[in-house]
Design a binder for this molecule. Structure first.
Ligand SMILES: CC(C)(COP(=O)(O)OP(=O)(O)OC[C@H]1O[C@@H](n2cnc3c(N)ncnc32)[C@H](O)[C@@H]1OP(=O)(O)O)[C@@H](O)C(=O)NCCC(=O)NCCS
Length: 157
């Protein structure tokens, strides 16, 4: 499957919320996604065909040289085909272009698929937040990746 990544639009939000509700016990609301669309230091990317509905999304935000992966999910029907990798490659490349030098995320300790995905991308566990999640209550592991500014320069040559 050829995966195209683009910025989300208002019209994508209904499908994003459908995927979100199917993916998480404590899902974000449509207004949370809408707020990300309107923030100047946040970005919502989607995977999918130009005209069609999105099949996955990733939300990031940043303050100066620090970024955060706030959310990523892929529709169950298309998991295991590299959609999350494509989304996160694009999201992190954009963060690096903005001067972000390190990125953090939280992940449920029991979420093996996501932990493997993040490890594959180079993240490592740097901390734990006790009882961070609801429905069900569970610890979050905090993961971090650092990006060498020289690598960003090389990519632009
Ligand atoms: C986690 C999630 C986003 C992965 O999306 P995906 O498009 O299926 O992932 P990809 O196909 O790009 O997989 C990339 C890598 O992630 C890891 N991975 C993905 N799914 C996995 C699974 N079920 N078990 C183990 N590793 C998995 C693998 O390392 C995989 O690489 P590989 O296929 O070469 O082994 C998806 O399962 C999802 O939406 N889950 C529900 C929402 C969620 O948990 N989001 C993360 C919140 S922190």
């Amino acid at each position: 499957m050829a995966i195209r990544i683009r910025e989300a639009r208002q019209a994508d939000l209904a499908e994003i919320v459908r995927i979100e509700r199917a993916s998480f016990g404590d899902p974000w609301s449509e207004s949370t996604f809408h707020a990300i669309l309107t923030r100047s230091n946040a970005e919502l990317l989607v995977a999918g065909e130009d005209a069609g509905p999105p099949c996955g999304y990733a939300a990031t935000w940043w303050v100066e040289d620090q970024g955060e992966l706030g959310n990523v999910a892929v529709a169950e029907e298309v998991r295991g085909r590299g959609v999350a990798l494509a989304l996160l490659d694009a999201a992190f490349s954009k963060l690096r272009d903005r001067g972000v030098r390190e990125c953090f995320l939280e992940v449920r300790e029991s979420n093996e698929a996501a932990r493997r995905l993040y490890e594959r991308l180079g993240f490592s566990v740097v901390g734990r937040r006790r009882n961070y999640y609801r429905r069900p209550v569970e610890d979050a592991l905090v993961m971090r990746i650092g990006w060498d500014p020289r690598q960003a320069e090389i990519r632009h040559e």
